[in-house]
Design a protein around this ligand. Structure first.
Ligand code: AHG
Ligand code: MN
Ligand code: MN
Length: 351
């Protein structure tokens, strides 16, 4: 086993970095790792068993739930319930947050926000999907944990991570001291440290967004798109377009190669499509820890004060120089109506 460091070993080793920690956060991360291995097993054999397709139920955002969404949701809730370190799970698949009432969770200090299966529309065609999670410390000090314990700003995250079920399965996480990636070795059933101290290149040449929505994009995004498509040898343009349609996979690729991922506001999603608590904030924490930027086009994602469990946000995330350029175009070219979004929720343009 020399030279191999498992996720479990790594977490225990890093526990000393947290003066207040008595091992609860380590155990929580371990529980998420275990559940993700079970989800990985099912995702891998999705084509073999009768588990594909719609579950027949619809989640609060009105999207059809795939059977594996439901399965993954149950696995994570179950692991977090038996682990005993988490008092509330807020998940994409449940309208309300789930309060964990088991006796072992009575004094639990942590809140978990989770997208159990991201990119689930890709399952039927064997394309990478993922899990995204975000961990907060409970703020309230007595009684049951409440909604305000969940509605914390991204800056309050104590840990965040994602699992990508791709050509190999990886778990990538941060506790605010850099980003580390672990690849699942199926022969021993362990996540092994494969990508220590991940850093996103300052600049890249990949842009990822659903260009089919072009007519509905804010003017700033249209201008940025034209910019990336112009021929310019000095800046290595035009850039390359890559869009998988699983946020986890698109951002994971950009994290390794350098690039920008954008899901802006559109006519059909005036507040953006992706969810702040369990998609934008955790990915923002990871990308910032890797040296990148995450913005809603006008301000830092992690400074948005959430007011709803399933709140959505636009997102511009990735390599520092690329996101800064896109933000500049948003500031310069967005219409008053586009800026209204920033004004209403961010008070950026209110003065
Ligand atoms: P989910 O499967 O958890 O609902 O998330 C889907 C999200 C995200 O993964 C992806 O980047 C985006 O939706 C794709 O949206 P479009 O199909 O509108 O491009
Ligand atoms: Mn998702
Ligand atoms: Mn999902």
């Amino acid at each position: 086993m020399s030279g191999i460091k498992t996720l479990g070993q790594f977490i225990i080793e890093k526990q000393a970095d947290f003066p207040y920690a008595k091992g609860e956060l380590s155990r929580l991360l371990r529980d998420i790792g275990i559940a993700s291995k079970i989800v990985n097993r099912e995702v891998n054999k999705a084509g073999l068993v009768d588990i594909l397709g719609e579950a027949g139920t619809v989640n609060i955002q009105g999207e059809g739930q795939k059977k594996l969404d439901v399965f993954a949701n149950l696995q994570f809730i179950s692991a977090l319930t038996s682990g005993g370190e988490c008092c509330i799970v807020a998940t994409e698949e449940e309208d309300e947050f789930v309060r964990i009432d088991s006796p072992v969770s009575k004094n639990a200090k942590y809140i978990v926000c989770i997208d159990p299966l991201d990119g689930s529309s890709n399952i039927d065609c064997n394309v990478a999907v993922g899990t995204i999670f975000s961990i907060y410390r409970r703020k309230s000090t007595e009684g049951e944990a409440v909604l305000s314990d969940v509605l914390q700003k991204g800056t309050e995250q104590v840990a965040a991570g994602y699992v990508i079920y791709g050509s190999s399965t990886m778990l990538v996480y941060t506790t605010g001291k850099g980003v580390n990636g672990f690849t699942l070795d199926p022969s021993i059933g362990e996540f092994c440290l494969s990508h220590p101290n991940m850093k996103i290149p300052e600049h890249g040449n990949i842009y990822s967004l659903n260009e089919g929505n072009y007519v509905h994009f804010p003017e700033g995004v249209k201008k940025y798109l034209k910019y990336v498509q112009v021929h310019d040898e000095r800046t290595n343009r035009p850039y390359t377009s890559r869009y998988i349609g699983s946020m986890v996979a698109d951002i994971h690729r950009n994290l390794i190669k350098g690039g920008i991922y954008i899901y802006p506001t559109t006519a059909s999603s005036p507040n953006g499509k992706l969810r702040l608590l369990y998609e934008c904030n955790p990915m923002a924490f990871i990308v910032e820890q890797a040296g990148g930027i995450a913005s809603d086009g006008f301000r830092r994602i992690m400074e948005i004060e959430p007011s709803e469990l399933h709140e959505r946000s636009s997102i511009f995330i990735g390599s520092r120089e690329m996101v800064t350029m896109a933000e500049g175009m948003m500031a310069e070219y967005s219409s008053e109506q586009d800026k209204h979004y920033g004004a209403v929720v961010g008070k950026v343009f209110q003065a």
